[in-house]
Design a protein around this ligand. Sequence first.
Ligand SMILES: NC(=O)c1ccc[n+]([C@@H]2O[C@H](COP(=O)([O-])OP(=O)(O)OC[C@H]3O[C@@H](n4cnc5c(N)ncnc54)[C@H](O)[C@@H]3O)[C@@H](O)[C@H]2O)c1
Length: 261
Amino acid sequence: MDRFLDQVAIVTGAAQGIGRAIATRLASEGCTVVIADLNLEAANATAAEIGAAYGGSTLALPVDVTDRAAVEAMLAETLARFGRVDVLINNAGIFGNARFEEMTDAQWRRMIDVNLYSVFLVSQVVIRHWLAQRVAGAIVNLASISGIVAFTDSSHYAAAKTGVTGLTRSLAMEMGTHGIRVNAVAPGIIATEMTRRSLEAPELSGGWLRRIPQHRYGTPEEVAGVIAFLASNDASYVNGELIFIDGGGTFAWDKPSDAQR
Ligand SMILES: NC(=O)c1ccc[n+]([C@@H]2O[C@H](COP(=O)([O-])OP(=O)(O)OC[C@H]3O[C@@H](n4cnc5c(N)ncnc54)[C@H](O)[C@@H]3O)[C@@H](O)[C@H]2O)c1
């Protein structure tokens, strides 16, 4: 498939995990990809791997997605190098556990900053460019099932991801007339560095796995496939949508008598 031939995508947090899989998938479909991440060393390695595998152009940039000057510099650098940007994937994110009664202001603010403010900031910087140039574009945001159902000890993460879902719908409505589509995905439990410690705890992972109809976690590549669809012209009439990528587990309730199945 060559759905992204001659297109340029910025993928934030693309040095590793889901972001790396997204950048790889887009590049495999002909896209030029900008790997924007706090971790420049890992971003450089990912850009080199993708370039070697698919032969297209890649660019690794050191960016903190909570820093307006850095985000503006990222766009400027992308335009200077490639002359355009067609797709933005707001993927950079962090996770953390904290009991609500013990949560500090700094923990709350950082979680909201990196997971929600960044989506506002990076989208605004790119959308201002699209509006000024009168060009269309597609944005896909990483929400989470944590913004839909409740988990303990991560209320700050849940608040941020619920915010991403609301922001996605509002932005889709506001930008639709300009040919700018904005969608989101809600991954379930995907095996990455972010979830590694939880998945290694048998008391957690056993219960989760039983409840997921497919009885396994998702892979970054499975998230990337859905995101590539949403960013592509195949989804030209999909706007303001939230797609679950969770193996069907989020809304699956088992009866106590199902425990042995
Ligand atoms: N893994 C899951 O189960 C899961 C589930 C639902 C949603 N998500 C979301 O998917 C996205 C990717 O998650 P992942 O599992 O690949 O995580 P990860 O920790 O493996 O990768 C996150 C990447 O984001 C980068 N990053 C962090 N803060 C940044 C900042 N301020 N500026 C720029 N880059 C920054 C990191 O350097 C890293 O490369 C996140 O938004 C996460 O909340 C993940």
